[in-house]
Design a protein around this ligand. Structure first.
Ligand code: NAD
Length: 307
């Protein structure tokens, strides 16, 4: 099979939502022939405006495509799109490379890859971090699971969409790393928020804690970039009423997947479980659509801190 460079390569894109839409648009912009399908006609129409050829079905989108990308809400929908007589596996051409960028359960990712291989196709799980901003800017980070040769084959496509694509291991390993990373991120964000609440109660300025911790042992993305109090990091969501960024609803979804894996594997993850409870509660009500650093506001309120 020839290199999957823009010239002469057709990419099918199934799921043209917040992430899939801009990814498909960037591939079209880079010169790939892109055929897109979504169950929501408005999503297809928007992709067409960005140079994607709209398709009326999965079958129409994937027929003859060299690469089939998916960006879907969950593992059940992913497997639903793969399986059945109208599905991707039945209609993709032999040897086509399937690249799933959705965040799904590790077992679902492995099942999808196994079934793809049994159908004579190649498959990668390639979940992303970087959010809608990264999808639009083409700066996503991909965590990829699957055979090394297939990861290398996918690189020209992934390079258009992202700044980094790291092979994490065999099928499912990309999803596994994504879930571990986001469980850690949730714990960090809560910890940083608690530290600022405590500093406030002890009469210390936010800026003083930031100036020390951001270059000392407390440094982490949740502090240095996504600082949960307004002020120290002008670009952080705290300065714009916690507009996402990375929404609580998405963190809650990823923690649900991570904690299902914690249950299944029997890992003793007290902080991960606690983070799951915190974000489940924040996911109820208006905070669901806020950036996940809004956890500071909940902690401050319960601590009697007025801002
Ligand atoms: P979204 O809901 O905006 O997009 C999903 C799209 O899939 C929708 O347009 C929906 O209509 C379409 N869809 C659903 N069922 C379909 C089917 N059977 N056939 C074709 N299309 C179908 O979600 P999103 O924010 O774009 O996220 C997509 C994936 O990326 C999710 O798995 C999410 O967890 C992951 N993710 C999202 C972000 C983010 O910031 N939004 C960041 C990292 C990872």
């Amino acid at each position: 099979m020839s290199a999957l460079t823009p010239d002469g390569t057709t990419v099918a894109f199934v799921g043209l939502g917040h992430m899939g839409g801009p990814m498909a648009a960037n591939l079209a912009k880079a010169g790939y022939a892109v055929r897109g399908f979504d169950v929501v006609p408005e999503a297809v129409a928007k992709a067409e405006e960005a140079g994607v050829t709209g398709a009326a079905s999965i079958a129409e989108a994937v027929a003859g495509a060299d690469v089939v990308m998916t960006s879907l809400p969950n593992g059940a929908l992913l497997l639903g799109c793969y399986r059945g007589e109208d599905g991707i596996l039945a209609h993709a051409q032999p040897g086509a490379l399937l690249v799933d960028t959705s965040t799904v359960d590790v077992d679902d990712a492995r099942a999808a890859a196994d079934e793809a291989r049994a159908a004579g196709l190649r498959a990668l799980d390639a979940p992303v971090s970087g959010g809608v901003v990264g999808a639009e800017a083409g700066t996503l980070a991909f965590m990829v699971g699957g055979p090394e040769a297939d990861v290398e084959a996918a690189r020209p496509v992934l390079d258009v969409l992202g700044a980094r694509a790291v092979r994490c291991g065999d099928s499912g390993a990309g999803q596994a790393v994504k879930l571990c990373n986001n469980m850690l991120l949730a714990i960090h964000q809560i910890g940083v928020a608690e530290a600022f609440a405590l500093a406030e109660k002890l009469g210390v300025e936010d800026q003083a804690l930031y100036d020390v911790s951001s270059v000392a042992t407390g440094q982490c993305w949740a502090l240095n970039v996504n600082c949960p109090v307004p002020g120290p990091v002008p670009t952080s969501p705290a300065n714009r009423e916690y507009q996402p960024g990375f929404a609580v609803s998405l963190m809650n979804k990823d923690l649900g997947l991570a904690l299902a894996a914690v249950e299944k594997t029997g890992v003793h993850a007290e902080l991960g479980r606690h983070a799951g409870e915190v974000y489940r509660a924040l996911n109820e009500g208006e905070t669901a659509g806020k950036d996940f650093s809004v956890v500071y506001r909940a902690i401050a309120e319960r601590s009697g801190i007025e801002r």
